[in-house]
Design a protein around this ligand. Structure first.
Ligand code: COA
Length: 167
């Protein structure tokens, strides 16, 4: 059988060391967010996320790190599963792994899990309008622009785009 291009591992506090180096790549933050402030901060955050749910237990907060066959980590994929079967997704790869189709495969692997194990029926993603790489990725994955009504209902900002897809 052909070797998979990547595997997803549920994110654990033990991944923090490797992930801290990876997430310190400034190119990731061109459009939003900022790098982790310290390794301790990131380990603490990953430890809290090991519960895989929001503090009130209403949402699943699922995070997976992306492992390559070389055993390096390339980034992570993430899904917030709301009651009723809608999942908001996000993804981050270090820039040295961009342009190889890895993000697409990692997100596709996550969507497989979301359909099979978490009964997700619809998907959404919010991105900054200027984030063309992310937009192209979502379009390749079959996402389409949401209506202005849904954009407002899900509280996307004016400088953001809301993309949706059925699973
Ligand atoms: C968004 C992000 C994950 C996209 O990564 P990416 O590498 O562009 O996405 P992919 O892995 O799908 O690679 C796609 C590119 O690789 C090319 N490619 C090469 N080999 C490929 C293959 N076998 N299969 C698919 N695409 C391939 C594609 O042609 C495509 O280039 P194009 O967009 O010019 O057509 C990445 O830019 C990132 O992590 N950014 C920072 C964080 C961020 O902004 N996250 C999103 C917040 S909403």
């Amino acid at each position: 059988m052909e070797k998979p291009m990547l595997t997803l591992e549920p994110q654990m506090a033990a991944h923090a060391g490797e992930m801290f180096a990876l997430l310190s790549d400034p190119a990731i933050y061109e459009h939003e967010n900022e790098p982790p402030v310290s390794l301790d901060w990131l380990r603490d955050r990953f430890a809290r996320l090991e519960s895989r749910q929001s503090p009130d237990g209403r949402q699943l907060w699922l995070n997976w790190v992306i492992r390559l066959p070389s055993s390096e980590l390339a980034g992570y994929v993430q899904a917030t599963v709301h009651p009723g079967g809608r999942a908001a997704i996000a993804y981050v790869l270090a820039s040295r792994y961009w342009g190889r189709g890895l993000a697409r495969r990692a997100v596709e692997a996550m969507l497989g899990e979301l359909g099979k194990r978490y009964q997700v029926g619809t998907l959404s993603a919010v991105l900054k309008r200027a984030n063309v790489r992310s937009l192209r990725l979502l379009e390749r994955l079959g996402f389409a622009l949401a209506t202005p009504e849904l954009h407002a209902a899900l509280e996307a900002e004016p400088d953001e785009i809301l993309m949706i897809r059925d699973l």
